[in-house]
Design a binder for this molecule. Structure first.
Ligand SMILES: Nc1ncnc2c1ncn2[C@@H]1O[C@H](COP(=O)(O)OP(=O)(O)OP(=O)(O)O)[C@@H](O)[C@H]1O
Ligand SMILES: CC(C)(CO)[C@@H](O)C(=O)NCCC(=O)O
Ligand SMILES: [K+]
Length: 248
């Protein structure tokens, strides 16, 4: 069994892969504050005797040392840590890799080699990222936007009159009350962002692209996107397993 762990800004995700079968658990990052917390999650959810390899991605440096400590205590294996120096299909030579998020590396690596066209990968997580690779797996860069939930929270926190809303509700395109206007902005606004950015990226490349979507907020907007997309909820964890295989 191989385990892949990702510390995001909202969730700690623990994936296991055994006989090509992947399973995934998510744990709120804000409930984790010590190596003991990681030790408990890992030992409660995993048959640790079966673990033959470990890979870790983190975009939350405050928690990374707790996880590496926990891994040292539980296992006698050194984990693969995702950074731009790993062996990978992706070519990161165009980007300023000192600060490139390891979650972006993982989702791009998962998409690399899967499609004959260039790929545009949208990750609707805490932040929304857009990541573009060409048909030779060269990372062409991308965009970073406020995440969908983050945008809703900011509207609630930074205004006097706007309420905290639950994104699961549907709304018309043109809202006729405050709540529907906020929902419309979040849902149709982000869907139009996706459609419009894909158009612009394809115009810039003069090529059609494969559009791949992942992230905890994606499910709310995909039903109203006009672009044909491939939705892969566990894209990041898949990319981590691929990176592990390339860096044994
Ligand atoms: N089932 C869900 N329905 C709606 N929103 C969700 C759901 N699950 C997660 N979210 C939202 O998705 C966002 C987190 O996305 P995701 O789970 O992809 O983040 P993560 O794995 O922690 O990665 P990161 O925080 O680094 O983006 C949060 O804004 C959260 O509120
Ligand atoms: C953009 C986020 C927060 C998305 O999780 C993460 O990938 C990150 O912290 N990136 C660092 C900046 C960069 O990727 O250029
Ligand atoms: K910050």
């Amino acid at each position: 069994m191989i385990i892949a762990m990702s510390i995001g800004n909202t969730n700690f995700v623990l994936g296991t892969k055994e006989d090509n079968q992947i399973s995934v658990g998510r744990y709120p990052a804000k409930l984790i504050g010590s190596k003991e917390d990681f030790i408990k999650i890992i030992t409660d959810s995993t048959d640790i005797k079966k673990v033959k390899g470990i890979i870790i991605s983190s975009v939350n440096p405050g928690l990374t040392p707790y996880l590496t400590e926990a891994v040292k205590i539980i296992f006698s294996l050194s984990p693969v840590i995702v950074n731009s120096d790993l062996k990978m299909k992706l070519d990161l030579s165009l980007y300023d890799t000192k600060l490139l998020g390891s979650d972006r590396i993982a989702v791009c690596e998962a998409a690399a080699g899967r499609y004959k066209e260039p790929a545009v990968i949208f990750d609707f997580g805490t932040a929304t990222t857009i990541n573009v690779i060409d048909s030779g797996n060269k990372f062409l860069g991308g965009s970073i936007l406020p995440g969908i939930s983050m945008g809703l929270n900011a509207l609630y926190k930074d205004t006097a009159q706007l309420p905290d809303i639950d994104l699961s509700a549907a709304s018309p395109l043109m809202g006729l009350n405050t709540k529907d206007c906020i929902t419309s902005g979040a849902v149709f606004g982000n869907a139009a962002m996706l459609d419009g950015m894909v158009q612009r990226i394809e115009d810039s490349l003069s090529e059609k692209t494969a559009v791949i979507v992942t992230g905890g907020n994606a499910g709310n907007i995909l039903p109203v996107c006009r672009t044909k997309v491939i939705f892969i909820p566990e894209l990041l964890i898949s990319g981590l397993f691929e990176l592990y295989e390339s860096n044994l």
